[in-house]
Design a protein around this ligand. Structure first.
Ligand SMILES: *Cc1c(COP(=O)(O)O)cnc(C)c1O
Length: 223
C-alpha cells in the first residue's frame, strides 16, 4: 500500500510559503483521496468529467475540485455546478460556454488561461500571441460569471533542467506582462499554476503559486 499520507506531507514540507498544492487524483481510487483528505488536503485536481462526477458524489462535500484537463465545450454544463476552478481554458469558445453555463447555474466560475509554451507535452493551450489576442479582444470583460484568476502551463517533459527553467521563466514573464496590461487593478488575477511531480522544485523558483502534483503523492496511476 502506497504511503499517501507520508508522501503528501513530504511534498507539503518542501513547498515554500505561498505555494498552494493541488493534489492531482486522476486515475487514483477514492481511498487514496480520503487518505490525503484525512491529512487536511482539500484541493484536488481531475481531468475527466465522468471520473470527476463519480468522485464528487462519493467524497466529502468540502473538497475543492479543479478541472485540469482539456475540457470539451459539451462537457462544461456537467461540471460548472460544482467545480471550484477550471484550470485549462484554451479558447474563447470554451470561455464563452463557461460564461453561459455559469450564468445558468447562478455562479461565478474561477478559471485560468492555459498557455502552450512547451515544445511538446501537450497539443493544447494558447500560444502567447493567441492569449494576448484573446485578452485584447476584450469580450472577456463582458463575462460576469467567469473570473480569470491567472495562468496555467506544463513544461516540456524532458531531462534538460535548463530548458524546463526557461519555459517556466517565459510563463512568469508573460504573467507579469498580462497582469500589467489587463489585470493591474484586479487582485484576483494572481495565480501561476505550474509545476508537476518531476519539476515542481524548479517551478517554485520561477514564480509558481500553485503546483499540481499527482504521482509523487499517490504513486503510479492505476489506468
Ligand atoms: C496529470 C497531470 C498533472 C500531475 O502529473 P504528475 O506527474 O503525476 O504529478 C499535472 N497537471 C496536469 C495538467 C496533468 O494532466
Amino acid at each position: 500500500m502506497y504511503d499517501v499520507k507520508g508522501h503528501l506531507n513530504e511534498v507539503r514540507q518542501s513547498l515554500p510559503e505561498g505555494v498552494r498544492l493541488v493534489a492531482i487524483s486522476k486515475y487514483h481510487p477514492e481511498d487514496s483521496i480520503i487518505a490525503a483528505y484525512e491529512e487536511g488536503q482539500r484541493v484536488f485536481g481531475e481531468s475527466h468529467e465522468q471520473e470527476l462526477a463519480r468522485k464528487v458524489t462519493a467524497l466529502p462535500q468540502d473538497i475543492e475540485w479543479h478541472f485540469i484537463g482539456h475540457l470539451q465545450t459539451n462537457k462544461v454544463k456537467y461540471i460548472v455546478p460544482y467545480i471550484s476552478m477550471i484550470e485549462a481554458v484554451d479558447s474563447l469558445k470554451l470561455l464563452r460556454e463557461i460564461e453561459k453555463q455559469a450564468a445558468k447555474a447562478g455562479r461565478v466560475v474561477r478559471v485560468l488561461l492555459e498557455l502552450h509554451i512547451a515544445e511538446e507535452a501537450t497539443k493544447y493551450g494558447l500560444t502567447l500571441d493567441a492569449c494576448r489576442q484573446l485578452l485584447a479582444d476584450g469580450e472577456w470583460r463582458t463575462m460576469t460569471h467567469v473570473q480569470i484568476c491567472g495562468l496555467m502551463m506544463m513544461a516540456s517533459n524532458v531531462d534538460d533542467e535548463a530548458q524546463i527553467c526557461q519555459e517556466f521563466q517565459t510563463a512568469a514573464d508573460f504573467f507579469d506582462e498580462v497582469k500589467a496590461r489587463w489585470f493591474a487593478d484586479d487582485p484576483a488575477f494572481c495565480e501561476r499554476s505550474w509545476g508537476m511531480s518531476d519539476d515542481y522544485h524548479l517551478a517554485v523558483n520561477h514564480g509558481s503559486t500553485m503546483v499540481r502534483i499527482g504521482t509523487t503523492i499517490f504513486g503510479p496511476r492505476q489506468y
